[in-house]
Each structure stands twice: as structure tokens, then as C-alpha cells.
Design a protein around this ligand. Sequence first.
Ligand SMILES: Cc1ncc(COP(=O)(O)O)c(C=O)c1O
Ligand SMILES: N[C@@H](CCOP(=O)(O)O)C(=O)O
Length: 464
Amino acid sequence: MKYISTRGDAPTLGFCDAVLAGLARDGGLYVPESWPRLDAATIRAMAGQSYADIAKTVLTPFVGGEISDQDFHSMVDAAYGNFGHDAVAPLVQTGPNEFVLELFHGPTMAFKDVAMQLLARIIDHILAQRGEKISVVGATSGDTGGAAIEAFRGRDHSDIFILFPHGKVSDVQRWQMTGVADANVHALAIEGNFDDCQAIVKAMFNHHSFRDNANLSGVNSINWGRIMAQITYYFTAAVSLGGPMRPVSFCVPTGNFGDIFAGYVAKQMGLPIDKLVIATNSNDILARTLETGRYETAGVHATTSPSMDIQVSSNFERLLFQASGRDADYVKTSMSSLSQSGAFNLGEMATDAIRSDFLAGRSDENAVDQMMKSMLDDNAYLLDPHTAVGVDVARRFPGNSPMVVLGTAHPAKFPDAVEAATGLWPALPPRAKDLMAGTERFTVLANDLETVENYISRHTRVSA
Ligand SMILES: Cc1ncc(COP(=O)(O)O)c(C=O)c1O
Ligand SMILES: N[C@@H](CCOP(=O)(O)O)C(=O)O
């Protein structure tokens, strides 16, 4: 399996190099040259299998033989042995044909753990074999950072630098990044919003001398390894609900478009998916894009679902590549217009292609609060605000297929918002009860590329 850039000007890479690269050298994102297919018999045989075993079937084709099956399978077993629920990602029924897929039983209580626990092991394995060290960078609106730090803390081959928007993440999210004592962890509070953090990370990748000196690698969903690992739970959920004989729909609370893009990949691999519904909070750029065929950034609003307070949705680029018939020139022109004027028109072909696979809706703050409250009243079930966005939007698209809403975070990560909407303060799970007991350690930095690069150059253990 080879990986190509959505912008067409970066070298084609094998799995290990694509995962270490993060962003392609031409600023594009790596995607597999072609989608592996699983036939109906293979998918049917997943019924009754463990999460880890299904992951091995789904993910092994992407590795392309670059890591031995034995090593890869051990990493998968270790990654998913660390979850607080035996099923890893259990389904909870919340309506006649509606289910929440709980993706928050990992160590940091958000869906990011599902990919990060595996990705860190893959990266560590490759680095140990090559005798290399890297500087891992990531931008977070709250959840990626904690999950990445948890997965990379104390690792010999990596230093990790996480940029988060200062004062714009929840207390639990901040402590997960700042309450960690390991010397290879650097939590950087940037005076800006998530899009600023993400822009700095991308700019560091596009600054090739810095990138090479620091041996930079990324853990945002720009890294193919993140998307890949997120494909598995579309299979586990669909198979539990009668797939592949019965199509299943998914509604995904969406920000950077990584999670729902993994669902799109599952569909390309042969999983019968009926609807893929993009659920946005009031930062509704993706919902507007599907409506109008124009991608147009606007100011970011702070919401009770802060991890989705995003305007520049990185993985939309992977979808544009697909929807344009894998036309790298089209992607380059669109992305250059986005960086110059903050907008671009998708054109008829891409808009139609995207509408044929996706639906989209927006949930405003009032609707999110109502949803948390009514779910507690009707089902005695607490939703976090991100998942509440998903359920609220999902209910606008009733159909015959079971609707699975991705439960992307545990309500205890956002206790203030949950309490304000429901009157209930969600308790942290036992494994996290000492989260805020230690000392916080973080550095506040200006929203400035050079300042961040200087910090990393001074603290990385990679010798130039
Ligand atoms: C809790 C939560 N829900 C939803 C999202 C959106 O996921 P994605 O960025 O993959 O679209 C995020 C952040 O990525 C998140 O942390
Ligand atoms: N919501 C995310 C934003 C970064 O997304 P990623 O999936 O690209 O890492 C977060 O919580 O940090």
C-alpha cells in the first residue's frame, strides 16, 4: 500500500513514512493510493469478534506489510487492552432506532484515545527499529492534546509539543495536558484560538528546514494513522446492528472532519453505510458548505462543545480530493483560495459528489442544552455537549436504518455545561479521580510561528 498527497507534489510514501510524515511536504494530506475492499463474507465474520480482532482485519491492509502481522497485532492488542469497557466502544440504545456509540472509555475520556493509543505504539515501533527520535507536534481544541500526551508521555523516542488555545478548553481537558510530569511533554498555551494553533502546526511542517532539524511528526488527524485507526469502530458498530446485511447510518459531531472521514473510508472499503450525517455546533461551516457549495470561513464562536469550535476543517481536503475525482490541481487551487481569501467554491461536480454521501445539520446552543436535558429526563442518560450536537442533528434525519451517533466524549469532561443544562454534575470515572491532584505545568506563548519554533528548538531532544 502506497500513500499519495492530496496536492500531488510530495513523494509517494509507504505506510511507515506516511505515518511519520504527518503532513505531506507539499502541504497536502496523505491518502492511500486506492481503498482496500473487504467482501461481505469477511465483514459478516466479524460478528461476535472482539474489537481488537476486528481492528486487525480492518487495518492490516493499510500497513501494506511494512510491519510484521505479529508486531502489528501485538500493538493492536496492547492499545485496546487499556480501555475501561471490555467492548472498547459499546453501543447504548437511546431511541427506537437510535444508538450512541460510546467512544470515551479510553484513558482521557474522548474518542481520540481510540486512535492515539494505537498510533503512539506504531510510531514508537518504527522509531525503535530505525533508531530515530522525533518531535511530535499537535494542535488541540481540547481532546487531541490530552489523548496524545497520555499516549506519548515517557516515550524514549519522542518529545511531544501540544498547542492549545489559552483559556478556551475545559478544566478537565487542561489538566489532562498540564498535570503530566514526564519531561518529554510540553503543553503550550497559545494566545489565540484552535485555528491559530492548527495554522502554526501546519506552518511548521511547511517550513522545511525547521521540520527537518526538529524531525517533526504530527498527531492531528492530518496524520493518516489517526484516520485509519478511527475506521474500525464503524465496522464494530455496523456489525453489532446487523451489518453488512442491514445498512446503518452514522451521525458524527464534526470539527476537523477526521472522524466522519473515517466513516467515509469504511464505506469505500465495502461497509454498507446508508447516511453519513455531519453534525456541527454553531460553528457551522460544513453545514453551510453542503447547503451552498461554497466553503467560507467566518469568526469562531465559543460554544459548550469547544472541541468543535473550528473553522478550518483539515480533513475536508481529503474529501475534496475524492469528490473531485482525485484531482490534485483542483485541491491546490481550492486551498490557495482558502488561504488567500478565506473561501472557495466547490463547483458542481464536487458538491454533487459530497451531497451523494453526506447530509449535514447544525445544532445551536439552546438545542444542545435541550437535548442534554431531554436525554436525561427520557432515558436517564447523560450526554456530553458534543454528543448532544450529534443526537440533535441525527433526529432531523429519520429513516429506516439504525442511526448510530458517535459519542465522542464523556460528560465529565464538560461538567459545567452538563450541569447548567441538566442540573447534574457528572462525576469523573474512577480511573480519572486524581486528575487534578498534582501540579500544572505549561508555558504561555504568543500566537506566533517563530516563538513556537524557538521553544521547540530549545526543548527537543532531536539533535540537528
Ligand atoms: C469531543 C469531540 N467531539 C467531536 C470532535 C470533532 O471531531 P473531528 O475533528 O474529527 O471532526 C472533537 C474534536 O476533534 C472532539 O474532541
Ligand atoms: N477537536 C480536536 C481538534 C483537533 O482535531 P484532530 O482530530 O485533527 O486532532 C481536539 O480536541 O483537539
